[in-house]
Design a protein around this ligand. Structure first.
Ligand SMILES: O=C(O)CCC(=O)C(=O)O
Ligand SMILES: [Fe+2]
Length: 185
């Protein structure tokens, strides 16, 4: 378990660093000291739950999620935010799914998309997934200067990961809509 967590943590940091590099940012270790979280999702799908949701539509509140999906049981669906259509993220052996969350959208000043996703129960069986989250800063997050200019004015008021999570919880907005509440007029 510790070995797995360390390897996943290394991968998350590597992905974040490469993302920053791909935008030509000066600061590529921006995620230093950000908390991480690890969760095993266990779905007890039954004949009664077939056709229902196992996990409601949501965005992940953090920066990025590395999801190890069940190799045999599908159900994860991502939403295309232009058409609103859902498409399945089918299980592929030896493949991890990477999901960008609310903090990635705030950090990139709106360039990166916080992907809406859900889990649909398609068959009466058990389903296991492992989600590892690189969350976000404990202090208020502001996009790097490279993401802000006259054509791309600051979209969001500075906020910590916990601050955003509190808004999501209090306002019951776990589908990414909480970002509208911290948008500059
Ligand atoms: O179990 C899945 O496939 C998705 C889990 C998920 O979206 C999450 O843990 O945030
Ligand atoms: Fe999720």
């Amino acid at each position: 378990m510790v070995k797995y967590a360390k390897a996943i943590d290394g991968l998350a940091k590597d992905l974040a660093r490469r993302l920053a590099e791909s935008y030509g940012l000066a600061e590529t270790d921006f995620f230093k000291g950000w908390p991480r979280q690890f969760r095993i999702n266990k779905y007890h799908f039954t004949p009664e739950t077939v056709g229902k949701l196992g996990f409601n539509l949501h965005t992940d509140s953090g920066f990025l999620t590395i999801l190890q999906t069940d190799e045999n049981v599908g159900g994860l669906e991502a939403m295309d935010n232009v058409s609103g259509k859902f498409f399945p993220i089918s299980p592929l052996p030896n493949t991890l799914a990477i999901i960008l969350g609310d903090m990635a959208k705030i950090w990139s000043n709106g360039r990166l998309c916080n992907v809406k996703h859900r889990v649909q129960c398609n068959e009466a069986t058990k389903r296991y997934t492992i989600a590892s989250f690189l969350l976000g800063p404990v202090t208020d997050l502001e996009p790097p200067n490279e993401f802000v200019d006259d054509e791309h004015p600051r979209l969001y008021k500075p906020i910590s990961h916990e601050g955003l999570r509190n808004i999501r919880m209090i306002k019951k907005l776990s589908d990414g809509e909480a970002l509208k509440l911290i948008t500059y007029e």
